[in-house]
Design a protein. Sequence first.
Length: 443
Amino acid sequence: MSNPGSSPGLHRGEPRRVPGLRLAPFRGLRYVPERVGSLSAVTSPPYDVVVRPDGLDHLETLDPYNIVRLTLPRDGDTATRHAQAARTLRHWLRDGVLAADPEPALYVYEQRPRDGGVQRGLIGALRLTGPEERVVLPHEHVMPEPVADRAGLMRATAANLEPLLLAYRGDETGAAALLVERTAELPPLLATTTEDGTRHRLWAVTDPDAIAAVDADLTPRQALIADGHHRWATYLRLLDERPAHDPGGWDHGLVLLVDTTRYPLRVRAIHRVLRELPVADALAAVRDAFDVREVPGPLENALEALAAATAGRAGGGENAFLLAGGGRFHLLTEPDERLVAEAVPQDQPRAWRELDATVLHSLLIDRVWRVPDDPEHIGYVHDAPAAVRQAERLGGTAVLMHPVAEHTVLELAREGVMMPRKSTSFGPKPASGLVLRRVEPED
């Protein structure tokens, strides 16, 4: 049996034999149901979606073995936290809380959110490729701090603790699509419903012929990073640290691959919390750059006003933002075109120059508000109510965004143009804790 953490013949430094997506089976590391309160109690949203510290407190109280004790350890400095996560993983393996599946598999994963719909895809160990290969397409820049943090954590634990979300355009008659649909008709390996009401099911596919057919189907294709840019950058960074002739399992990374021709992803905005900028100061500074008007709450109504202001975008000058803080909401519309042109770099495609995130950071954050773009000053929050609560608690300002159209993301990614970081939130995101991957197994 091959090393469950890697696939022979795909090591960095060897000639690139076959282009495209190469999704390899691996021995999934999963919770032993008899050792935990429930599978739902040990899962978590992806690490960067958890709203700290309230979300961490809640998840840690659900079950002493909740996955956040690995993905978001929080005692001591950075090195201490990473070492703590590594010890925790070793203890859970020793005590039988987590155990590796008996043979390598690809995993079919299904999500059914509470508000309807279904998403299915394949979880596997994806061969890592550099940007020059144009196989995995990023669409956002990354920040060095999260990459360094995730690299330290993966290095210490020698594990991929949660899968990235990748989107690709498949073929309904292709082997991957047929396998996913056929497998979903069988009894699952596990099934659980998480706190948000999403139902999750997982199946293991171990048949070598089926896995080979999926490989042949995926090989000609590209994938877009829908969620997990920092973890993808981390995968590449850790691979660069390894000897080219012997990368071990570090030449692959854990991903969920979703065929969006069959299961279109949802695109949501990622909001900003300006932690140290009071909303009164933000409003006073912005009035020369935007038209500002107060809109009535509650938050749901204010978000509807934002959506109406951004409806039917056909050209420039239609950027809009919703500022929240001090119990009130203010809508920013009709930016001054001269100020936008002065602030936004002109050496990028028009679609990039007109992004809300581009205008927000280039004009408002950098020039008008002069807020340093670092974690101490700006928080990136996926949930609008959580962003508003943070701003209220800190006495800061929440900047609520409207989502980018998916076709815009794809257009820019195919051109090799990076969007401003944290511009989009694709989903549904895979739950963390259902299946992990040891990069360097200890067997």
